[in-house]
Each structure stands twice: as structure tokens, then as C-alpha cells.
Design a protein around this ligand. Structure first.
Ligand code: B16
Ligand code: MG
Length: 224
């Protein structure tokens, strides 16, 4: 088995923008008198801005103009938080892991649902590591559809069975598996169906990961 590409989700894997998304949605909810809290926000992880709004509204119906205005306002609040982001906001172990992967000749990509992913990479000063950046503008069908990871793998020129997706959200692992990728669940919530689960990238080295995936592939081959 050969692994030639790594594709990283951004929020929850590379950095914790989830907190900024939460604060921005919470501010909008408070201004509009919508019931919303930190626990509700968990259901918004990894899904698009539009789907996040739908989940935040919990069945309440609003007209399209109001929906657009809400999303625009939330995004203004979110981008305000993003401006304060620095390389210190990288999650532990990320820079070492990216360095190791590059040294091993692995092609690197981002597969994030966020339309702000490019700006976050610039603020974190890690844009230069990536050969391809798939973001909220790249495809129509969002996670759990595999389209975004397939799009990014295409740009990396690596087939899914030779690529690993790193994801913190259930919808993201579903998308990786649907696309035929190897998957690493990062964190602890609802990602038990990934091929491997780690608490964070600091808990993993590239050579250890490749060894573990090779062992898994060998077991599968033997099992037929
Ligand atoms: P935006 P990821 C996702 O990023 C976030 O997890 C999710 O909370 C957010 O709604 C989505 O991006 C869209 O973000 O409003 O900036 O376009 O986990 O796919 O990196
Ligand atoms: Mg995520």
C-alpha cells in the first residue's frame, strides 16, 4: 500500500475556529432572540454556513432575504474574530506533522467547508505547505458528500485509496469513507467510524501513521 497524499479539514484539525464560529452564531442569536447555546453549536461542526443556519433555526422558518442577511451578519462577526488569529492558534503538533509529511514527500491539501479557509491559512502562516486548497467555494455538494475531498485529491493528482483525510466531524468522516479515502478521526466526538482515531495531531507521527495504515491494509488483504 502506498500513501501519497494527506487532506486536512481545517476547523478542529488544524485550528480551533469552531470557537469563533460559535461566538459569531451566538451573537447573531442573541441579537435576534433565537434560543441557542454552546451545546447547540456542536451540531454545527463541519457543516456549511447555510446548513449551520438551518440547524440553528431548529425548524423556525424565515424568508430567503432574512436568511441571507443573517448569514452575512454572522460572517462579518466571524471574520472579525479571524483577524485576531495568529500562528499561535495552530493546534498542538500541527506544524511538526506538516513538516514531517513534506519531508516524506507526501502531497498536502486542505478540504474545508469554510469560505474563509484561505484567509485562515494566511493568518496561521501555513498556506505554503499546501499543494491544493479545497474550500467552501470549490464544490456544490458539501460534506457528508465526498465531493470536496475528491476535488482536492484531484488537484493533488492522488487517487482516494492513496490518500488520508484528517477530520474532526462526523459529516467529514462520512464524506471521506464515501469517497474511498483512508480516514483519521481527530478529537473525540462521533468519529469512531474512522480507520484510526487520535486525540490530536500531536499524538501522531507520520511514520507511525503510515505503519498503522499499512498493518490495517495487510489485515484486510489477509481477511480477503
Ligand atoms: P464559513 P471545516 C467548517 O469548517 C466549520 O466547521 C463550520 O462550523 C462552518 O459552518 C463551515 O466551515 C463554513 O464556514 O461560514 O466560514 O464558510 O471544519 O470544514 O474546516
Ligand atoms: Mg472540522
Amino acid at each position: 500500500m502506498q500513501i501519497r497524499g494527506f487532506i486536512f479539514d481545517l476547523d478542529g484539525v488544524i485550528t480551533d475556529t469552531a470557537e469563533f464560529h460559535y461566538l459569531a452564531w451566538q451573537r447573531l442569536a442573541d441579537e435576534e432572540g433565537l434560543p441557542f447555546n454552546r451545546a447547540d453549536n456542536e451540531a454545527l461542526r463541519g457543516v456549511s454556513r447555510r446548513e449551520s443556519l438551518n440547524r440553528m433555526l431548529k425548524g423556525k422558518t424565515i424568508d430567503e432575504a432574512t436568511a441571507q442577511a443573517y448569514m452575512e451578519r454572522k460572517n462579518i462577526y466571524y471574520r472579525d474574530y479571524l483577524q485576531r488569529m495568529t500562528p499561535a492558534d495552530l493546534l498542538p503538533g500541527v506544524d511538526t506533522f506538516l513538516e514531517e509529511a513534506r519531508a516524506a514527500g507526501i502531497r498536502l491539501g486542505i478540504g474545508s467547508a469554510s469560505k474563509n479557509a484561505g484567509d485562515a491559512l494566511e493568518k496561521l502562516n501555513i498556506r505554503h505547505y499546501f499543494d491544493a486548497v479545497g474550500d467552501g467555494y470549490s464544490v456544490v455538494n458539501t460534506k457528508p458528500a465526498p465531493d470536496l475531498f475528491l476535488w482536492t485529491a484531484g488537484r493533488l493528482d492522488v487517487p482516494p485509496y492513496e490518500a488520508v483525510v484528517f477530520e474532526d466531524a462526523e459529516a467529514g468522516i462520512d464524506a471521506a469513507l464515501a469517497g474511498g479515502f483512508w480516514s483519521v478521526g481527530v478529537g473525540a466526538s462521533n468519529i469512531h467510524h474512522a480507520h484510526l482515531v487520535v486525540p490530536g495531531l500531536a499524538a501522531l507521527t507520520v511514520s507511525d501513521l503510515l505503519d498503522r495504515l499499512t498493518a490495517l491494509a495487510d489485515r484486510r488483504t489477509r481477511a480477503g
